[in-house]
Design a protein around this ligand. Structure first.
Ligand code: DGL
Length: 279
């Protein structure tokens, strides 16, 4: 079923791919969730590994990069764009939605919604990059849904390099997690949003620090469920079951060890990656 764009001659069809982008390879945790939620879909992933991290960059830079990447994905004829990067979702989503005519979804709204539905004591914790936390995007989204909810936010910038180093269950990781998360534990949160692409890999250590009664919300998982809903509502779900869906991975740089690290994020081996220039 087609979905025509109001200002372009481009015609979207259900077998067009889903475009996903991130600052690097962390967004493969979101791809993993999309594959499990939407196994028939063709996917195109763009990781801006040449300019990672976004977490410490200015809003202006993140917006400019996000527009450039969305243009690249649109040239690949994607039917929807999933902004897998929490920092880009926080800083650029509203501008992308204004600028482009296809459905564009970020990770903040679905995660915030799930957290609001989940909390029983009205105290939600949010962790993310410095950029995501300073933007207050999660705080605003939660407050819009329910102004009575208290939000306790904490930037955890060291988690990203730890995960990329493969330090998932090291003692140092637990110590850092303890230091970052202590104030959220003291605040008595019962729900914690993992507001960064890398944090699902630290679920075990985070859960240990906050205690088993705190419910962790995986923004990538919630986003995959939301993407399925949006595709259904726009009649863009791919029902083609006889053709093996394709997954294409593009990076703006091919960093050392990227297949090894990337496969950790994806949960399976990345078959091939192509380097692209966005200029
Ligand atoms: N992908 C980013 C995010 O989810 C983390 C890595 C970065 O700082 O670019 O916010």
């Amino acid at each position: 079923m087609g979905f025509s764009l109001s200002n372009s001659s481009q015609k979207l069809s259900s077998d067009s791919p889903i475009g996903i982008f991130d600052s690097g390879i962390g967004g493969l945790t979101v791809v993993r969730q999309l594959i499990s939620e939407l196994p028939n879909e063709n996917l195109i992933y763009l990781g801006d590994s040449a300019r990672v991290p976004y977490g410490s960059k200015s809003s202006k830079a993140v917006i400019q990069f996000s527009i450039q990447i969305s243009n690249f994905l649109l040239k690949q004829n994607v039917k929807i764009i999933v902004v897998a990067c929490n920092t880009a979702s926080a800083k650029a989503l509203s501008i992308l939605k204004e600028k482009f005519q296809i459905p564009i979804i970020g990770v903040i709204e679905p995660a915030a919604k799930k957290a609001v539905e989940t909390t029983k004591n009205g105290k939600i914790g949010v962790i993310g990059t410095t950029g995501t936390i300073l933007s207050q995007a999660y705080f605003r989204e939660i407050q819009d849904l329910n102004p009575k909810i208290e939000v306790f936010s904490k930037a955890c910038p060291l988690f990203v390099p730890f995960v990329e180093e493969g330090w998932i269950e090291e003692e140092a990781t637990s110590l850092v997690a303890k230091k970052y998360l202590a104030e959220l534990v003291d605040a008595g949160i019962d729900t914690l949003i993992l507001g960064c692409t890398h944090y699902p890999l630290l679920k075990k250590v985070i859960q240990k620090e906050v205690g088993s009664s705190v419910i962790l919300i995986d923004s990538g998982h919630e986003t995959a469920i939301f993407a399925a809903k949006v595709l259904k509502e726009t009649n863009l779900l791919n029902f083609e079951k006889n053709v093996k869906p394709s997954q294409k991975y593009f990076l703006t740089d091919l960093p050392l060890k990227f297949t090894e690290v990337g496969s950790n994020f994806l949960g399976s081996k990345i078959e091939s990656v192509e380097q692209v220039s966005l200029d």
